[in-house]
Design a protein around this ligand. Structure first.
Ligand SMILES: Cc1ncc(COP(=O)(O)O)c(C=O)c1O
Length: 295
């Protein structure tokens, strides 16, 4: 449990985290019938908010859950949940389920979607992690075939992450049947091959990470060639790997399945991209008023 008093938002009410409840017949609990978003907020400024809300809408549309409220109201609630929690830099979770109904697979018409918002401290990577990089393992992809939807059905990712931890690693990366690297349990994975930034193209097998998108944009600005294609870890001239996610920005990945990536130390292109991204985040944080935040 968090030591700090946290506030959650549940269906119209801001409540202490310990009292934040949904019904046992919520379809999110019964069927994982819901979707979610995670948005970073730096000093009161949300990073890439429009992109996150657009992805949220795409996820809702894909599973035919109606939006629980208007866009402007959701934006206001996001500000509120940030301000009511004690973090300057936070990750804000939006979770929407189809709502409460007597347990049956078929969807009852006219359900009211459940809307839950929470905020947590945005963790900064340790110096050791930055110096030594992330350690990964690979696993056969056992997930469903719509990984482009940000579904709350995360059991495969939970088990993957757990297996990584049991094998002294930080993250598990999913492989398709041919051995191409798709993405991590909660991250996208990019490689540097022949000096170019390579990552799996956006299709139903990967989530379109907002941080992945930013990394590709920054690569463009830094005149690093980007290639979106299926790739494998054993390709010749693969010298670097890096993961991207809202909670990690860009992090070097230096070992996968016990083998070093390139020289086994954070790569030059990875660290250039990380520096460019951190600069953007710091600017956002500095612009942020953090008004109302208890930080
Ligand atoms: C499967 C998966 N891929 C990629 C990502 C990274 O997405 P983003 O950069 O939008 O946080 C996540 C984030 O939770 C994820 O769960």
């Amino acid at each position: 449990m968090d030591a700090e008093p946290l506030t959650a938002y549940v269906n119209g009410h801001f409540v202490p985290m310990a009292e934040a409840m949904v019904h046992i017949e919520d379809r999110g609990f019964q069927f994982a019938d819901g979707i979610y978003e995670v948005i970073a907020c730096f000093g009161g400024n949300f990073l890439d908010l429009d992109q996150h809300l657009a992805r949220l809408q795409r996820s809702l549309d894909a599973v035919a859950i109606p939006a629980p409220c208007a866009d402007a109201e959701l934006r206001e609630l996001l500000v509120q949940i940030y301000q009511r929690n004690p973090f300057r830099d936070a990750m804000v979770y939006v979770q929407i389920t189809r709502g409460v109904a007597a347990r049956a697979h078929l969807i009852t018409a006219g359900l009211t979607p459940t809307l839950v918002l929470t905020a947590r401290r945005l963790p900064a990577p340790s110096d050791a992690k930055l110096a030594q990089g992330v350690v990964g393992i690979t696993l056969d992809d056992i997930r469903w075939k719509r990984c482009d939807i940000k579904s709350i059905a995360l059991l495969a990712s939970v088990l993957g992450k757990q297996e990584a931890m049991q094998r002294d690693a930080d993250e598990a990366f999913w492989l398709d049947r041919e051995g191409h690297v798709l993405e991590g349990c909660a991250t996208n994975l990019l490689a540097v091959i022949d000096g170019k930034l390579v990552t799996h193209p956006l299709d139903h097998q990967v989530l379109g990470g907002i941080t992945r998108h930013m990394a590709l944009e920054l690569a463009d600005e830094l005149a690093i060639t980007v290639v979106e294609r299926p790739w494998k870890l054993n390709e010749q001239n693969l010298t670097e790997c890096m993961l991207t996610s809202t909670t990690n920005a860009v992090l070097p990945v230096c070992r996968i399945d016990g083998k070093p990536i390139g020289d086994g130390v954070p790569g030059t292109i990875t660290m250039r991209l990380r520096a460019a991204m951190c600069k953007r985040l710091a600017q956002l944080s500095a612009q942020g008023s953090a008004q109302g935040s208890l930080a």
